[in-house]
Design a protein around this ligand. Structure first.
Ligand code: ZN
Length: 270
């Protein structure tokens, strides 16, 4: 979840999508396509050295950043006409197995300090949005791992850790992300994000964890295009929890819609 949505609607798309639009997504006009070295130099690198693209989506290494760049610049140009959309890797859905999606274990770092209990509650709230949509989905907090909650903790699928950054409110990962990079990072600004509640923000991030892409990459949004490496699950939904409000979205609070729930069922079953 990218920062700067406060009063976001008034700010307009460019203000908040600085990071995303610095990417080759600008390829609409060829003269604006940056070289890889330019793209590399302009891409934000996170505290754990991962690259952040599309506002809140991590890429683990320079090699994978090059792959991302190549797909953006030279990638599939097939027309995509059809709402919740699932990430694809090499044309294949980026999703969990039925067994794994029913046991998505996580820890919440005690480094959140006085906010630990609040993060635990917001994670449960965000997870509950998806769990209510599909009974196949189950996020499971494992409190016994909270004191050693990093990507190196092999007892959980992923960790939830604090970060200090001005680049985003929170960010997550996709099912295809290797274990060493599988964490949800949360900045303190999550507590001061106005109509974007912590539950909805973490619900958005857990949407990425489930494999869902930003809804605004669909052509119907008319802005904020990212790439074509996704497959539609539902008709376009401008109010989706996965749609940045500032990208011509029709909801200002990141709440989950019935179409989001239908998309979760389309991917994982009811
Ligand atoms: Zn996002």
């Amino acid at each position: 979840m990218q920062r700067s949505r406060l009063g976001a609607i008034a700010l307009g798309a460019t203000a908040l999508l600085g990071a995303a639009l610095a990417s080759p997504a600008l390829a609409a006009t060829d003269s604006e396509v940056p070289s890889f070295s330019q793209f590399h130099a302009s891409t934000y690198q996170d505290a754990d050295r991962q690259y952040i693209v599309n506002g809140d989506e991590p890429i683990p290494s320079t090699g994978e950043l090059k792959g991302y760049y190549d797909r953006m610049v030279h990638g599939s140009e097939e027309a995509v006409e059809n709402g919740l959309v699932v990430n694809t890797v090499g044309g294949v859905d980026d999703a969990w197995s039925r067994a794994q999606v029913g046991d998505l274990t996580y820890c919440v770092s005690t480094k959140f300090g006085a906010r630990h209990g609040d993060i635990v509650a917001a994670m449960a709230g965000g997870a509950g949005l998806w769990e209510a949509a599909s009974s196949a989905i189950d996020f499971v907090h494992v409190p016994s791992q909270d004191a050693s909650c990093t990507t190196r903790n092999k007892s959980v699928v992923f960790s939830v850790e604090p970060v200090q950054t001005t680049q985003y409110i929170a960010r997550a990962f996709f099912p295809s992300t290797p274990k060493r990079s599988r964490n949800v990072l949360v900045d303190d600004s999550i507590w001061t994000s106005g109509s974007w509640t912590p539950t909805n923000i973490l619900g958005h991030e857990l949407g990425h964890v489930l494999g869902f892409r930003h809804e605004h990459t669909r052509p119907e949004a008319g802005t904020c295009f990212e790439d074509n490496n996704w497959r539609p699950l539902t008709p376009y939904d401008s109010a989706s929890i996965m749609h940045y409000p500032q990208c011509n979205g029709s909801s200002s609070n990141l709440s989950m819609t019935s179409t989001d729930r239908a998309g979760a069922v389309a991917l994982y079953g009811s």
